[in-house]
Design a protein around this ligand. Sequence first.
Ligand code: NIG
Ligand code: FE
Length: 404
Amino acid sequence: MTLSLWTHCQAATMQPQAVLPYGLIADAALVLDGPLLRWVGPRRELPPDLARACGTQHGAGGALITPGLIDCHTHLVYGGDRAAEFEQRLHGASYEDIARQGGGIASTVRATRQASAEQLSASASTRLRALLADGVTTVEIKSGYGLALEPERRCLEVARALERSHPVSVRTTFLGAHALPPEFAGRSDDYIDAVLAMLPLLHAQGLVDAVDVFCERIGFSLAQTATIFAAARALGLPVKLHAEQLSDSGGAQLAAGFGALSCDHLEWLSADGAAAMAAAGSVAVLLPGAFYFLRETRLPPIDLLRQHGVAMAVSTDCNPGSSPCTSLLLMLNMACTLFRLTPEEALAGVTRHAAQALGLRDRGVLAAGMRADLAVWDLEQPAQLAYSFGVRPLRQVVFAGVPQ
Ligand code: NIG
Ligand code: FE
């Protein structure tokens, strides 16, 4: 018998059409059928024959159950750290100054190229375990600190392997166009050619689920971004974009034209950019950790995104330079305190909308037919997830139907 029943819980289903906020069901029952949810609803409506068919019964003791959380934008695999750069910034240097002087992303590239797969895996695993302790069951991991075929491959292989050693789904994103590696200094178009050569090789190895570009003054131009995106789409791969983080370069409109799954950061997003994202159904991935850590002052235009009905996701952006953060729950809090999202919007941002940002239709809400990825919390109401910080209220995770 593969059916199991969870009761004595409230469920924040996050179903979009629900009547109550959070799709909340006060006295809920969930029937799990192997790795999938068979039935979700009020316990009093559970069909008796279905209840009888459940071999295992779990009383959740009044816990709150949400979909397993989804961190849809991370750079989890890298070598070294950038604490020294943090100190430099505290002595007055800016993030862009440091990048222009060969520090920043380039310094992590040096450390990543020197690291073995085992070293990369060990440090990424430490960070991943912290995310899992916050109820994460799906994580996106970008490459982009190798910037040459072999180290990019190594990072993507390490990312894939994390899925085999931890209770988590990993989605990989090839971010070859993250920064210009030193050997291509002054020849950024040549480097774009190199990225175009890497992409089909890595894709043929099954290492690429999506393609991303850092489109920015200190990254790559609109034209270069378009070249990479055209190649990705020709391979049938979806695209995402680091867009309008430090300036409004029109990246969101460009990405929307390629049907981007998401545009990420977006502090400088224009009204035209928001309209283009709405038309394309691209998700706005908000990264309050980077905003906080870089001490940005320009807020992403949340009201504009709301007006246009653009779905908003929230993520850690876990990376050594702009967001050395491994707590998705802290990002929920910061999305509310810094960006003024409501706690319900923030929770949708790490569940339903984060799934959408990854092109995943089988998770992010609790409903029949969806994956049985659950986070079980010692909490009384869903707003508490965003309210406190530094607290670890997770009681248990169920991953693909298996209690961990
Ligand atoms: O998402 N914006 C570009 N990439 C990262 C930062 C990378 C780094 O500084 O190492 C980001 O913020
Ligand atoms: Fe990022």
